[in-house]
Design a protein. Structure first.
Length: 247
């Protein structure tokens, strides 16, 4: 595959979807750098890579900090080479009804879920442009299209992720760089497993396939979009939600 030997940077890779994506790229032959918000999270990534036989590293990163992003990209380039595959997966929720939402609950979600795309995509695009090859894959959510009460901040960022991707795809296409978005539905992660049984049952009733998705199913799409099979796809948002939202 075309991604073998290339450097892939995956943010939010210590668990869930991000961990599955990092593992899938490593299995496909990429050198993978996964980021976490803490040193402890970065160490868990490194240990997981060791167990899986993946070449790469875990690194701590605050995606809200432009200087920290630049420092990380310099460190990655010196150690492994410039990332030509970027997966913007890091994200948070700060749920609240709009009338009760505090300024920091709005700002933190905007800066983490959307501002990070600006910083990381800009930082990686220079090397991709020079190489005349690159893959930027952003992780959105079905909530971007459906909406969800108590998540105006989160839904706004994820809708922004999709618009960001379409605009950037037009800017970078002539340089051989594709930009795509994956919008997962309800995925079987620590977060969904922690829900009360009644809540899980209610969620399952909304999914025609009758089950939660697996993180590995999101990862498989990421690898496809980065590889030879996805080379003529750009500016798209791929919905992976078991039929919960169709358009």
């Amino acid at each position: 595959m075309s991604i073998a030997g290339k450097v892939a940077l995956v943010t939010g890779a210590s668990r869930g979807i991000g961990a599955a994506i990092a593992a899938a790229f490593g299995t496909a032959g990429a050198r993978v750098v996964g980021t976490a918000t803490t040193d402890e999270g970065a160490e868990r990534i490194a240990q997981q890579f060791d167990r899986q036989g993946i070449e790469g590293a875990g690194m701590a990163l605050d995606v809200r900090d432009g200087a920290a992003v630049n420092q990380l990209l310099e460190a990655v380039e010196q150690r492994f080479g410039a990332p030509l595959i970027l997966v913007n997966n890091a994200g948070i929720t700060r749920d609240n009804l709009l009338l009760r939402m505090k300024e920091d609950e709005w700002r933190d979600v905007i800066e983490t879920n959307l501002g990070a795309l600006y910083r990381l995509s800009k930082g990686c695009a220079r090397a991709m442009t020079k190489a005349r090859w690159g893959r930027i894959i952003n992780i959105s959510s079905v909530v971007a299209r459906m909406g969800n009460a108590g998540q105006v901040n989160y839904a706004a960022t994820k809708a922004g992720v999709e618009g960001f991707g379409r605009a950037l795809a037009r800017e970078l296409g002539s340089r051989g760089i594709t930009v795509n978005t994956i919008a997962p539905g309800f995925i079987d992660t620590d977060m969904t497993r922690a829900l009360p049984e009644a809540g899980r049952a209610a969620m399952l009733e909304r999914i025609p396939l009758g089950r939660f998705g697996a993180p590995e199913e999101i990862a498989a799409m990421a690898v496809f979009l980065a590889g030879d099979g996805g080379a003529y796809i750009t500016g798209e948002t791929i919905q992976i939600n078991g039929g919960m939202y169709m358009h």
